[in-house]
Write a protein that binds this ligand. Structure first.
Ligand code: NAD
Length: 281
């Protein structure tokens, strides 16, 4: 079984991006800039944002974090986004989720200029992705896609099962696999027989949030299994896939941690650079 090393893949991607930033700097005399807006003092969000800033600096991006207290008014955040939209030194804008209850998440997402939407959550980018046009692609599914392509460059005709239909993971993952000519089944909490669906799959992407949901006897021999889940349990962090059982059947499997997670931030940097490149045309 191939243990898909997300840390290594992310380090390789960051090294490529670092070179690309250096080339862009010498060509345009400026570097892509990422601005993150962080609202409130949730510890996981603070950790994510710190990691994003560190990785952005490592590849040579200009990075900035704008912090607001939990009590900030929605209007203040929307005005800041407008300011960043028209700031030429800002290539990508990310508002760290979740937001406090009094701030409308969709309003905030839609306020970001789609050409700077490095999360790929703006309806314009969602629509472009599903229409097969160029767009920002949500970072986690993009990371999964790159990991799958490393194992199997030609996905045409493969059967893929995506478990979970969130806007963040399942839906964009489905679009990426469709684009590669996979036959894709998207499953969710109302799916009648999830095991039977998974048993058909050459590729399984699990993004559910239920610890070890996908069991060993759900997986066809030689399937590629990507585990997006991050679940805190009494036994530490586990994924949505039962690692020990599935590793006996699968051709390739991502561990948790150290699989999909590290690719997510590397893909955010990639999206920032891609936004910059599109803005220079
Ligand atoms: P979500 O809660 O928004 O969506 C979960 C999906 O799972 C829903 O579509 C639901 O229909 C489906 N589902 C629920 N119960 C099911 C069942 N019994 N059978 C089949 N489908 C079922 O979750 P999300 O935001 O997509 O996150 C999923 C997991 O991925 C979480 O553990 C989250 O922490 C993790 N995550 C990881 C990363 C990363 O970088 N690795 C990024 C984002 C999210």
């Amino acid at each position: 079984m191939i243990l898909i090393d997300g840390k290594k893949a992310a380090a390789e991607l960051r090294a490529e991006l670092k070179e690309e930033v250096a080339e862009l700097k010498s060509k345009h005399n400026k570097v892509p800039g990422l601005t993150v807006i962080l609202i409130g003092d949730l510890t996981p969000s603070q950790i994510y944002v710190r990691n994003k800033e560190k990785s952005a600096n490592e590849v040579g991006l200009k990075s900035e974090v704008i912090k607001y207290p939990n009590s900030v008014e929605e209007k203040t955040v929307l005005e800041k986004i407008q300011e960043l939209n028209s700031d030429e030194t800002v290539s990508g804008i990310l508002v760290q989720l979740p937001l406090p209850k009094h701030i409308d998440k969709q309003k905030v997402i839609e306020a970001i200029d789609p050409s700077k939407d490095v999360d790929g959550f703006h309806p314009m980018n969602v629509g472009n992705l599903s229409s097969g046009y160029e767009s920002s692609i949500p970072c986690t599914p993009l990371g999964c896609y790159l990991l799958i392509k490393k194992i199997e460059p030609n996905l045409s005709g493969k059967k893929a099962v995506v478990v979970g239909r969130s806007n963040l993971n399942g839906k964009p993952m489905t679009q990426l696999l469709l684009k590669e000519n996979c036959t894709v089944t998207i499953t969710h909490s109302k799916t009648k027989d999830l095991k039977a669906e998974c048993l058909e799959a050459d590729i399984i992407v699990a993004a559910v949030g239920i610890p070890e949901l996908v069991r060993g006897d759900w997986v066809k021999k030689d399937a590629i299994v990507i585990d997006v889940g991050i679940n805190k349990t009494d036994n530490g962090i586990v994924g949505d896939v039962h690692f020990d059982e599935v590793s006996k059947n699968a051709k390739a499997l991502t561990p948790v941690p150290g699989g999909v997670g590290p690719m997510t931030i590397a893909c955010l940097l990639k999206n920032t650079i891609d936004c910059f490149k599109r803005s220079q045309i």
